[in-house]
Design a protein around this ligand. Sequence first.
Ligand code: ZN
Ligand code: ZN
Length: 674
Amino acid sequence: MTMIHITLPDGTVNEYAAGITCAEVITDALGKKHGCVAAKVNGSERDMSHQLNQACSVEGIAAESEEGMHILRHSAAHLLAQAVMELHPGALPTIGPAIDRGFYYDFAMEPIAESDLKAIEKKMQELARRNLTVERVELDQESLREHFQHNPYKVEIIDDKLEAGDGSTIYKQGEWYDLCLGPHVPSTSRLMFVKLTSVSSAYWRGDQSREQLVRIYGLVEPTKEALKATLHRMEEAKKRDHRKLGKDLQLFHIDEDVGQGLILWTPRGAVIRQELQDFISHHLRRQGYSQVFTPHIGKLDLYRTSGHFPYYQESQYPPLVERDLMLKLADEGCSCSELSNLMKTGDIDGYMLKPMNCPHHVKIYASQARSYRNLPLRLAEFGTVYRWEQSGEISGMTRVRGFTQDDAHLFVTEDQIAEEVLGCIELVQIIFDKLGMEDYRVRVGLRDPDSTKYVGDPARWDKAEEACRAAAASLGVKWTEEEGEAAFYGPKIDFVVKDVIGREWQLGTVQVDYNLPERFDLTYKGSDGELHRPVMIHRAPFGSMERFCGVLIEHFAGRFPTWLTPTQCHIITIRGEHKAYADRVAQTLRDRGVRVEVDDSDNNIMKKIRNHRKLQPAYMVILGDGEMAQETVSLRARNGDQVADLPHQDFVDLLVHEIETKVTQPSLVPTQDE
Ligand SMILES: [Zn+2]
Ligand SMILES: [Zn+2]
């Protein structure tokens, strides 16, 4: 019997008889309840049943790991196809991959309804309970074709695969089999916790000229609890969707006549943006930033120097060409295709809607001779930029074609990088803290040591990378270093926040840049009297106001802290004779800067409360006989809890205090359920 050495993740080396399976090795190492769905052999994914014949390293893939979930999802897609085939024998399975949050499978079949999913799901659970072994079978090309000859879709895939020299394996469970490279879970019993979520249509190979298929989406989790939690999260995510809440709360509007991906901030949403901008601006002033304003367009020459043109044209709006030049070109017999060619090659004059604010800020720096005494120079602007996103990519406020960055550019000496990067990060921390976004992490993008694509001196890079690392470490939150994730012109720091239901949102970045100062030949006079090159730091820590507000809407589920709430106080009268008192209360609030709405309509009180609740004010103030007689107010919180007979002036003071201190949630009504 040949013996082989197998290395386990903890470094132990065990000796086994050749031919042992991954499952046996993992059970030996971790015990029967190891919870793994597959294995990694010398770093490559393999089935649990894979036999080991030579010295190698073996590691179990836990079901809940990222790789494990992928295998679970792909295996569930197979189970789905098996179930559909049992219920609809005429259907032809085509492809069925794992995706980000679940899986789908496309079938050539008669359309089915959402209501048919229950039966398919039941069948999947039944097949899972049957505990069918999932088996890998290697076939030669001829029998592979034979196995799938009844299914033209699979034959098409086989033709492509064989041409590409990919393996020819199938995976079998019970009588059913599918063309697949694997790996898969060892048995269908691992797929008990499945849920089919929706059905839609798709074209074969995504090609609109090809056959229309039925696509079924589903979810799978390793445990019952995990499935329950996922379904709850999905439900919450639907309720919090900023596109829905944006409409319900009247925060923003997108109009086809204005254009896709172009956000119209309606009055209530504009309040939120303005409050955030004021808050950020306050801290920028504290940190010694200078506010600037720059136009929305710039000459193509500017972007030639910066390197944005003629490159990256596919992500920009086309250039604006001056009328005179157009007419001149037309006179010279220039055709439309020639004109578009001139644009493509960049061989034209004109303007561009700015895709970035940096070149404009660079020109402000360059407008004066600078000395080391002027540095750091910190220029901040809520600058609107335009990018051409494919229409399929556009979504609500988070993927748009025009957006306003919370942008700033810092022009610093080499020695100032570390401190300035730290300053940028402190700002982010202050704002996240105020918004109750405690759960965030930071990614530090470093250069790939093997690549030559980076501009600038390696020794300076080392220093800048160290500065970014040190700044990230100082935050006291999770942070990771990611090699190869730096831009070609400098290292960067990205912020990723996790919202209350566990979804991650990538916000903005802080980026060190050696390139633009070079391209624009920026200088400052050093203490030695010589000219030196400054370093630029780009930073837009929240990304854009659009994206950030979209994330905030979902984070708060539309129930904003009082300081951010579009109308903080809705005053509701019980009857007409309370109107004068309501107006007086409203005015005392407005005098102190509170945003107020008064409803003195003839609707009955319950109807008024119902109407106003839809807009989620921080408070509703109810005024009737008692309140008017005693100069008090009765308050109603968002959850319906109430407090009666608060003296009018006390209420004003308390509310103003709550707004000024920016507490995370309204707190003037003591909650009843404690
Ligand atoms: Zn497969
Ligand atoms: Zn920039």
